[in-house]
Unconditional design. Structure first.
Lengths: 350, 290
């Protein structure tokens, strides 16, 4: 009896999920609070196109891939970091996109649109959406002058007031930049380990989410830490925190987030319309102004920002662009090796 | 007539108990046994089953534990943490239980009892975050002490090992109080009076009478505290900062951050095995005590 009713419940849940995937619905898979679920944006899009937006979320790239694998045909738009596009394409999780149906795509910077990470066999598997940096941000209350070097993280004066994200890939790539190496081809892993080993005693705590970081600054517990460019501008704009994002002279890690259409999407037309809206200058300027956003891949959208906007002034500076190392795909083997190194570091330097 | 009543009387106790036990056991099977078996199965898989990727059965997840010293070191530090927390819980909980069982009576006892169980009524995360507010520099403890003391001190316990201990002890001390209270209450007051009338000092009564008689309660409480603390991850993560990496947090990482359920499940079962071995090793002592 119990198993029977369980079966019925399971069946009805499946039915519900299928019936909600009717044409006219656009199912979007993305990080929570990352542009696609802004209520004002969703409302404007629904009013303009008649498509209804349904958001679903993931907490890690691995989870995103698993959701695509286990729910074929459920999602219409998925946000995939360019470094993961390769894997999603190879597994047949996403389909080629007809860029001609997305008018705003014509304004995307040439170098990003043609990125080999998003184009396979002459077909487009991801439309560049936004890009940003993983670098350091400082608590303005602790500095008279904003530092320009990554070495500030190792400064004795800030001992116990530094934070680092508890993420193996980010930590290792940060160590690579600090030891003057190419993040996509780390030759001297011992130098990275040594650099991180000496960093750990400086650290107050690891952060996991934007909220952690912002709360520590609000309570004046940290001076400096690794952070994401989009989050730093949200901290400043949305939460009025004394945060300044720094692109240090040693360089910064760049990432590119792209929008893709999963294979067997039931509403390709709606997906194209949604992607077009997401890279539209009108949406982007409002997003950056109201909430704080990374840099749009659409050049016209960035040009539409106020002249002194961080995403236009700093991120658009050619001198800054020179220092950015864009993240390439990372193999599963490297990823697991990084996690192991990172766990060992955390345990051994307690 | 008489035959019928005889057959009724002979009905086996198991049969009579079946209708009473069935709901509980059905629930245990559905809610605990099935998910746990699924986890056992995952722990032997080379990749996440049902993820669409090819996978096979393997022992490599268990081998991973022995491949580097990291997991053993972590398990050891979790073990130490659990021991320390249990010790503090007994030191704080036993006297409180004694006062509850032997000193207070009636309404006062009820009121104090309520205070002991009160933490159970609040969500664990809420408790931990309120500790975060108390322990950080510029927090409640820091401000209050500086307002009273004539000299300036800076208390910043947040993100440290002591903060993890404080948070965990607070969460688990009620278990010790409750179990000790039960065994202390069962001690007949007249035994204590007899000892006193024969000239035993307070310390002797405590050492030779009360503690031995309450030992089953202390041990049961200790097990109730030790087992969950060795696998705890929420308190170390939030209160421990960079010193908050323990065996439990690494298991959590495998499930949440890198989505490696097979390794996470294997690590969990190794922990379960270690806990069972510890309990088995301790059982002769416990049996003698009881």
């Amino acid at each position: 009896m119990k198993t029977y009713s369980l079966l019925v419940a399971a069946a009805s849940v499946t039915l519900l999920m299928q019936s909600s995937a009717l044409a006219g619905d656009v199912h979007v898979l993305n990080w929570k609070g990352y542009g696609t679920d802004e209520s004002w944006a969703v409302e404007a899009f629904e009013k303009a196109t008649g498509h209804k937006v349904i958001n679903d979320y993931f907490n890690s790239e691995q989870e995103m891939l698993t959701k695509l694998r286990t729910n074929p045909g459920l999602y219409d738009v998925v946000m995939i970091n360019a470094a993961f596009n390769d894997q999603a394409t190879a597994e047949g999780l996403i389909q080629p996109i007809d860029v001609s149906k997305i008018p705003n795509a014509a304004d995307i910077g040439e170098e990003k649109a043609a990125s080999p990470m998003l184009n396979h066999d002459g077909k487009v598997y991801g439309v560049p959406w936004v890009w940003g940096l993983t670098s350091i941000a400082v608590n303005d209350k602790s500095f008279d002058e904003t530092p320009t070097s990554i070495q500030v993280m190792w400064d004795e004066a800030h001992k116990g007031r530094v934070t680092l994200r508890d993420d193996a890939l980010e930590a290792i790539q940060f160590g690579a930049i600090a030891s003057g190496q190419n993040i996509n081809d780390i030759k001297d892993m011992d130098a990275v380990k040594a650099k991180l080993t000496s960093l750990i005693p400086q650290i107050k705590t690891f952060w996991g989410s934007e909220n952690d970081w912002n709360q520590m600054v609000a309570a004046n517990q940290i001076d400096v830490g690794t952070y994401w460019s989009g989050s730093a501008s949200r901290a400043k704009k949305n939460f009025n925190l004394p945060v300044t994002f720094v692109v240090p002279e040693e360089g910064a890690v760049g990432w590119l987030d792209a929008l893709s259409i999963p294979k067997d999407s039931k509403n390709v037309e709606g997906a194209e319309a949604f992607i077009n809206y997401m890279i539209d200058p009108a949406f982007y300027t409002e997003w950056d102004e109201k909430v704080g956003a990374p840099v749009s891949a659409n050049l016209k959208a960035v040009a539409a920002l106020p002249e002194d906007a961080f995403n236009r002034k700093v991120m658009g500076d050619p001198k800054v662009a020179e220092r950015i190392q864009f993240q390439a795909p990372v193999s599963d083997a490297d990823r697991e090796a990084y996690l192991k190194i990172w766990q060992e570091l955390k345990v051994n330097v307690q | 007539m008489s035959g019928q009543s005889v057959s009724m009387g002979r009905r086996s106790p198991a049969k009579a108990a079946a209708p009473l036990l069935l709901p509980a056991y059905l629930w245990l099977i559905v809610a605990i046994f099935l998910p746990l078996s699924a986890m056992v199965f995952f722990s032997f898989a080379s990749d996440m089953p049902f993820s669409g990727k090819p996978w096979s059965l393997t022992l490599s997840n268990y081998a991973e534990f022995f491949s580097s010293s990291v997991y053993a070191t972590l398990l050891l530090s979790s073990f130490r943490l659990a021991l320390e927390v249990t010790l503090w819980c007994v030191l704080l909980g036993f006297p409180a239980a004694y006062v509850l069982a032997k000193v207070f009576k009636g309404r006062t006892r009820e009121a104090v009892f309520l205070l002991v169980i009160l933490p159970f009524w609040s969500n664990g995360l809420v408790r931990i975050f309120s500790w975060a507010m108390v322990l950080r520099s510029g927090g409640i403890l820091d401000t209050a002490l500086n307002a009273v003391l004539p000299f300036k001190i800076n208390i910043d316990l947040m993100y440290s090992y002591p903060a993890v201990i404080i948070g965990l002890v607070h969460s688990y001390v009620p278990y010790i109080v409750l179990t000790c209270y039960l065994s202390l209450q069962a001690i007949d007051d007249s035994i204590i009076e007899a000892a006193r009338s024969l000239g035993a000092s307070r310390l002797t009564i405590l050492k030779r009478l009360i503690i031995p008689l309450a030992l089953p309660g202390i041990l049961a409480g200790s097990v109730l505290v030790f087992v969950p603390v060795i696998g705890s991850f929420m308190e170390p993560r939030i209160l421990g900062g960079r010193t908050g990496t323990f065996y439990g947090t690494v298991i959590e990482d495998q499930f949440v951050a890198v989505f490696n359920w097979p390794l996470g499940a294997a690590l969990s079962f190794i922990l379960l095995a270690v806990v069972l071995i510890i309990l088995a090793a301790a059982s002769p002592i416990m049996r003698r005590a009881t």
